[in-house]
Structure formats: structure tokens, C-alpha cells
Design a protein around this ligand. Structure first.
Ligand code: HEM
Length: 332
């Protein structure tokens, strides 16, 4: 199946008001924690700087947005645990990889930020989410506030069979034992536009996991492992996109369905050897913690798509406002 431009978003009645309500709920949790931090993905494992190279002469379906702007870009990376609470790394969680590409010219999506020079891409360590849509996502987040009541609350929100399916998928995802960020693949899980096309994006680790490696056991092992690895060696990923081909193989609105279409490499992300404990490295940790990574920090060619992305258009703005996040950087 070739890439298709026939993708469609389906906006449900009243969803914008509902999504704003969800964002306000998350902001309320953030306020209740009474500490300046993110509503989700609170714990920063590590921040790194790096370089993204976009390849020249890409085939037409890839030659839009970033794909039409080949060259070298400075980047910031924020690695995180998914929870809104700060938990020890061995506790099951989703892992985030937030990428800020800096120095990207071209009109951006958010009104008032059209001339910002950043393109953000937010990844997690799974190709899909356990939740099909934002209503399910918030049902889980709300249920988790009192874990003993999670199951009855989830059943109340989405029905018995759907609740069991979500929990089964979530337990599997959360149970993944990460040995190293450097050997893990990361996925946007939700789609973005790529000029007239729709795509999902992936970072595919060049280093493959060592089958004998075991996940660490210390509360901060994810950042500690990466700190010592990157002190001596670069960490490298291929940046790849996967095009929408048809509504069955590549659904736009159902975020629990993996896409079936070929992956195409469009560039390389390199996190060069660096000492995160040096004064410069420590300054970067603070700068990235204060920054705001938002899927809507995007070129108009890369508008986020699907209901989860539309909900995120409220959630990230309220969360960054609540914690007084820094303005978008002009340079890396
Ligand atoms: C495919 C689905 C999703 C992915 C891949 C994803 C990924 C991420 C990542 C990687 C971060 C950390 C960003 C950073 O390091 O600064 C983050 C933060 C956050 N996410 Fe999501 N997320 C998803 C869905 C959602 C949804 C549905 C909501 C709520 C409606 C949401 C709300 C938030 C909030 C409020 C933050 C903190 C924003 C801040 O203060 O900077 N996310 N997400």
C-alpha cells in the first residue's frame, strides 16, 4: 500500500470542552502536589544535548516539514518516567523521550508562537498506548489516584470488558524492564501530519540490547546508567517515519492499534559523548527541566493528529503555565 493523503480526523461532539476539563483536572493534581513540576512525566531521568541530521533528497512522501529542511540541528533531550509522582525507577512505568529540535525555520502551529524556532517530538517506549482514546487515558489517570478503586472506577467509566483489556495492556507495558535508554526504541505512538500525509515517528536505537544485561535496582538507575555510558560513548538513533496508508492498517483516532506500513529512515539523532556532571552538563539539566516539550510546538506541516493529540493541545499549555516553564529557546 503506498502512502495516502486520504486520512481523516473524526472530532466528536463536545470533545473540546471535555478535553479542557481533563487538562484542568491534571492541573488540579499538579497544584495539589505543591511543587513546581510537570502534571505527568514529573521525574527527569537525565537531560542531554545532541544533534539531529535530516537526510537530503528524501522521496516525495517524506520531503515535507523537517523532511524538506535537510541539515544539522542542535537538540535537547529530556528523559523521564511517565508518572505524575516522583517514583524510584525500578517501579513499573512508561518512559518518556522528549526531543526539542532547535533552529527550525518555518511557520509553527500555536497561535502567537508562529515564529518560534523549535520542533518538538515526544516519544514513549511503546508503539501504542494501552488506552484507545483520551477518555480512557483520563479514566486510568483518575483511577490511579486511589489504586484500590482503580478497577471499579475504570469499569464504571469504560465498561467491564474494555477495562480488563486496558489493564492487561497497561500491566504488560508498565512491566517492561528497561536496561538502557541507549538500547530502547521510542515511538510518538500518536500521529502527526507530514505535509499532506500523516505519519507516526520512531527513534530506533543503533545499539541493540545486550541479552545478558539486567535492569538496574537503584532509585535513579536509568539516569545513572546513561550518565556513565554517555561519558565515554555517543548514543545514536535512526529517525524513522511510517506513513498512513488506509483507515484499517493505520487508524488515526484509535491509539491502541499498531500501524502496519513500512518505516522509512529520514535522519540520525546523535547524543555525543558528554559529561553531565560538569558545570555545563549540570546547567543543561536545569535548563531542560525548566523547558516545555509540547507536541504542538510544531511546524504547520507537522500538526498533531487524532483525539489524544487534540486533548494534549490543552493539557501541555495548562501544565507549563502552572509551573511557569521557560520560553522556547532560540539556540541550543
Ligand atoms: C501518545 C500519547 C502520549 C505520549 C507519547 C506522551 C508523551 C509525553 C512525554 C514524553 C512527556 C514528557 C515531556 C517532557 O519531558 O517535558 C509528556 C508530558 C506530559 N503529558 Fe503526555 N503523552 C501522551 C498523551 C498525553 C495525554 C492524552 C495527556 C493529557 C490529556 C498528556 C498530558 C501530559 C502533560 C500534562 C505533560 C507534562 C507537560 C509539561 O508540563 O511540560 N499526555 N507526555
Amino acid at each position: 500500500m503506498p502512502p495516502s493523503k486520504e486520512w481523516k480526523e473524526v472530532v466528536s461532539d463536545g470533545e473540546d470542552a471535555r478535553f479542557l476539563g481533563y487538562a484542568e483536572y491534571l492541573q488540579g493534581l499538579q497544584r495539589a502536589r505543591a511543587q513546581k513540576g510537570r502534571a505527568l512525566h514529573l521525574k527527569q531521568n537525565l537531560a542531554l544535548k545532541g544533534e539531529l541530521v535530516i537526510d537530503p533528497d528524501l522521496p516525495e512522501p517524506a520531503r515535507h516539514g523537517l523532511g524538506a529542511r535537510p541539515g544539522r540541528y542542535g537538540v535537547w533531550v529530556r528523559l523521564s518516567n511517565g508518572s505524575g509522582a516522583s517514583q524510584p525507577d525500578p517501579k513499573g512505568d512508561l518512559r518518556g523521550f522528549a526531543l526539542k529540535v532547535i533552529g527550525v525555520d518555518g511557520k509553527k502551529v500555536i497561535p502567537g508562537m508562529e515564529s518560534a524556532r523549535t520542533q518538538d517530538l515526544l516519544f514513549i517506549n511503546h508503539p501504542i498506548t494501552a488506552m484507545r482514546n483520551t477518555d480512557e487515558f483520563l479514566a486510568i489517570v483518575k483511577g490511579m489516584q486511589t489504586p484500590a478503586l482503580l478497577l471499579p472506577r475504570l469499569i464504571g467509566a469504560v465498561g467491564f470488558f474494555r477495562a480488563l483489556a486496558i489493564l492487561k495492556a497497561a500491566v504488560k507495558d508498565l512491566g517492561f524492564k528497561m536496561t538502557s535508554v541507549a538500547t530502547t526504541d521510542y515511538f510518538t505512538a500518536a500521529p502527526i501530519s507530514w505535509g499532506p500525509y500523516a505519519v507516526k515517528v520512531k527513534l530506533e536505537a543503533r545499539a541493540k540490547p545486550d541479552p545478558s544485561a539486567k535492569a538496574g535496582g537503584t532509585p535513579g538507575y536509568i539516569g545513572e546508567e546513561l550518565t556513565s555510558r554517555v561519558k565515554a560513548n555517543a548514543v545514536v538513533y535512526d529517525l524513522r517515519i511510517q506513513h498512513y496508508v488506509d483507515p484499517t492498517s493505520t487508524p488515526i483516532e484509535e491509539h491502541d492499534r499498531e500501524w502496519h506500513s513500512p518505516w522509512l529512515t529520514i535522519g540520525t539523532l546523535t547524543l555525543p559523548a558528554q559529561d553531565v556532571t560538569s558545570p555545563e552538563g549540570r546547567a543543561l539539566q536545569a535548563k531542560v527541566e525548566a523547558a516545555s516539550f509540547d507536541p504542538w510546538h510544531a511546524l504547520v506541516e507537522h500538526r498533531p493528529l487524532g483525539n489524544v493529540m487534540r486533548a494534549r493541545n490543552h493539557a501541555y499549555r495548562l501544565s507549563t503555565q502552572e509551573r511557569g516553564a521557560a520560553a522556547e529557546p532560540e539556540q541550543s
